[in-house]
Each structure stands twice: as structure tokens, then as C-alpha cells.
Write a protein that binds this ligand. Sequence first.
Ligand SMILES: NC(=O)c1ccc[n+]([C@@H]2O[C@H](COP(=O)([O-])OP(=O)(O)OC[C@H]3O[C@@H](n4cnc5c(N)ncnc54)[C@H](OP(=O)(O)O)[C@@H]3O)[C@@H](O)[C@H]2O)c1
Length: 380
Amino acid sequence: VSAPWQGRALTVLGATGSIGTSTLDVAARLGIPVHGLSARSRIDELAAQCREHRPAVAVVPDAAAAARLRALVPGQRVEHGPEALDAIAADPAVGAVITAIVGAAGLAPTLAAVRAGKRVGIANKEPLVMAGALIMAEAARCGAAILPVDSEHSAIFQCLEGHRGHEVAELLLTASGGPFRTVMDLSAVTREQALKHPTWTMGPKITIDSASLMNKALEVVEARWLFGIGPERIRVLVHPQSVVHSMVAYRDGSVMAQLGRPDMRTPIQYALTFPEHTAGPVAAPDFATLAALTFEEPDRRRFPSIDFAYAALRTGGAAPAALNAANEVAVQAFLDRRIPFTGIFRVLERVLALDHGPADDLGQVVAADQRARILAAEGL
Ligand SMILES: NC(=O)c1ccc[n+]([C@@H]2O[C@H](COP(=O)([O-])OP(=O)(O)OC[C@H]3O[C@@H](n4cnc5c(N)ncnc54)[C@H](OP(=O)(O)O)[C@@H]3O)[C@@H](O)[C@H]2O)c1
């Protein structure tokens, strides 16, 4: 790898998940040494990863999980708890961190990586939604390079290379539309249907977010902070084939798009090898066999989530953090079959209508997150 962090190692936060395993596949192909790996519940999978990738440190949530991992992989250094997670993100041996934890749980280690001035490949979008202004300010202060891993943001990042914000007319964020794009009545859709994504294979939380278009809502907020472009210049377009990963429309009417197969190893690899595109396992799309690339407006009546994102950005302060927290609670309740699919929208609407205060420091963001979780749970 000719990346600027060459010679130093990689930490993968959330190694056992969908992004985590893809990241380890990419790292092994590129010959990047692994410093830290973390998991929450899948200790057997983490043990297999330790045997294969030989990290310096593996991090699990508690002492019991640590004892289990040590028994499975004798000789492996194992740490536990939140400080250990921050430590593998900030260790001097580490050049790059891929954040692949799901949800607000990734906020502290993401900030630890940023404050240690690492190259930080952000898959875990929820911390940026909660505290985007703070994270970007810390990155500038500490010399961290934030590289998007989300395929849409990787696409926009590539389409923006060499250009400046004032040249941009609009960021065009594409969405597959999810499994319910053509389902007119969402009141009776099931958990099993929601978990079947038409084009991507991902962890359960983001798969439900894709079905509700809340994933795109979170991505609107993510784009606002990653690229410093106001929400009035960010537009969502449904593109069911998931081949055009996103586009940038410039002021002269010229539009740049980035295309690829729906395989997260492409954006993960680019976050690690930027500014170079190096050889990888994913082939380019076969254009001769692509029947059509189509685009349509999202249905904001059936999927109010996208409007929630714009409303939260307009309100500002801790409103996006509260929206994210309420969504995490609502998605878990839907996965546990405690609320129907459309109940997710009701919870979000109710929480978003409340006052969530400012988000000038991390304490305010975390307090708003906690409060919104309680309010969301009360309203289930
Ligand atoms: N999957 C995709 O294609 C994709 C694309 C773009 C963006 N993203 C984003 O990337 C992030 C990860 O998504 P994913 O699909 O890879 O999720 P996933 O498959 O559910 O994996 C999540 C990972 O985080 C760990 N984890 C979960 N909760 C945790 C907690 N409270 N504390 C510490 N670790 C925890 C899990 O550990 P255990 O499994 O051991 O419990 C697992 O390693 C999400 O923010 C998602 O929005 C994903």
C-alpha cells in the first residue's frame, strides 16, 4: 500500500460484523498488519479472526468474554471495556482505523481515533450524525484524515476530488429504495421481509434502516458534515440497481458519478489506499449485461424518514443526535417484534417534535442521546 500511513497497522472496531469481516479480507489482500480487533457478542468469530490475522490486541466488552477468548486463543493479548476500545483506536502503532461498530456505541472510539490523528475510515455513520460538527472540528485540530466508507459517501468523495464546495450545485445521494420500494401498504410488512435487502448484504440494523429509508436520512446528515455542504444542496434519488453509488452535480450542469458493483470491499479498500486505486477483488460492472439504470424521486409520504433528517438539520443542535437515538430504540423494538414497521416512523416523529437543546460539546450530545432513548422507549 502506498498510503501515507504505510508501515503502521490497522485497527478494526467491530471486526465481527459485515463491514468488519470485509475489512479484514481487504487488509489481508493488501498485506496490512492488524493491531486491534474488537467484537461484542460473537467471541467464536473473533477467536477465528485472531488465529487468522494475529492482532496485537483483541478487545471485548467484559471480563467473562475476555476469559472465553483467552481460552479459545492461548497467547492472544485480550483487553476489555471501553477504555481498551479507545486504546486500540489511538495506539501509536496504528496508522488507520476502520470504524465498523453499529450505532452510538462507536462514538467514543471514533473520537479516540480522530484525536490521535489517525486515518479514520468511517463506516459507523451514527457518531457523525450525532456529533458531526464536533468530530470534523476535532479532525481538523488533530490532523486526522476522515475517509468515508459508506459507498455513497465514498462515491461523492471521489466525484469531489480536485474540486471545491462552491463549484457544487448538488450532491445526489442514491438509495436502492429497499425491499418496500413498490409496497404501497407498509402497515403489515414483517421483520423477515424487512431483513431481505434487494441489493446489499449487511448487519440487521442498517438493513432495517434501508427498508425505512432511515439509512438514507442518516446519510444526508453524514454528507452534510463530511463534505461541509448545506442540506439544501443534498438531494436523495432512488436508484434500484445500486450501480451508481452517488453523484455530484456541478454548477455548469456537468454531473460526475461513481459506479461499481454493490460490494463494500471497494469503498473499504479506497479508504485504506487513497489517493490510489489499487488492484482488488471486485470486478467493474459489466455494462453490456446491465439492462438499465433508472432513477426516481423517493416517496416521502410512505417514507417520511428523509424529511425527518432535513428537519433535524434545520433545527440543529442535538436534534440529529436525538433522531438517531430514537431510531436505534425503534429499530430494536421492531426487530424484537414489539412495534410494527410503521411504528418506527411514529416514534421518530414524536421524538423529533421535542426540544433537544444544543450540541456544543460531547456532554450535551451524550445527554441528548440518553434522553431521546428514554422518550422513544416511553412512546413505543
Ligand atoms: N454492512 C454494510 O454494508 C454497511 C454499509 C455502509 C455503512 N455501514 C455502517 O457500518 C456500521 C456497521 O454495520 P454492519 O452492517 O457491519 O453491522 P454488523 O454486521 O451488525 O456489525 C456490527 C459490529 O459491531 C459490534 N458491535 C455491535 N454493537 C456493539 C456495541 N454496543 N459495542 C461494541 N461493539 C458492538 C458487533 O460485534 P458482535 O457481532 O461480536 O456482537 C460487530 O462486530 C453501521 O454503522 C452501518 O450503518 C454498513
